[in-house]
Write a protein that binds this ligand. Sequence first.
Ligand code: ZN
Length: 140
Amino acid sequence: MLEQHQRKSRTTTFPQYRKEMKGVGWGYLYNAHKDDDLDPATLEAETARLMADDDVTKKKGIYEYLLTKNEKHLNIRAFTDAQKRTLYERQKGICCSCKNHFEIANMEADHITPWSQGGKTEIANGQMLCRDCNRQKSDK
Ligand SMILES: [Zn+2]
């Protein structure tokens, strides 16, 4: 028994074909993750969930995300300028963290509950933070 592990490939790890698989760098991904413990059933459930998540704007990136866990591959929906204005006016220009007043140009929209914890990109889950506070929050 030389071969302990079943060789991983796209078809053993993600048996269900979707058109978004085209152009994904599978060779590179499998070299980088060949020793990961990947369960095809769990991956399929996660893929289906993310495909149905409207805040995931780059569906093709789902496969890379599931293997790397790096959210940047999903292009999570950002707040629109109209949503930012709504949030800004609701807060009267006050940063939710440091309580100082800022011009809207110096503030950034923030997900109160992060997307990774189930928070959506919607007004109810948004707040405006000054740049410093937003940077501090994302560093945590
Ligand atoms: Zn602040």
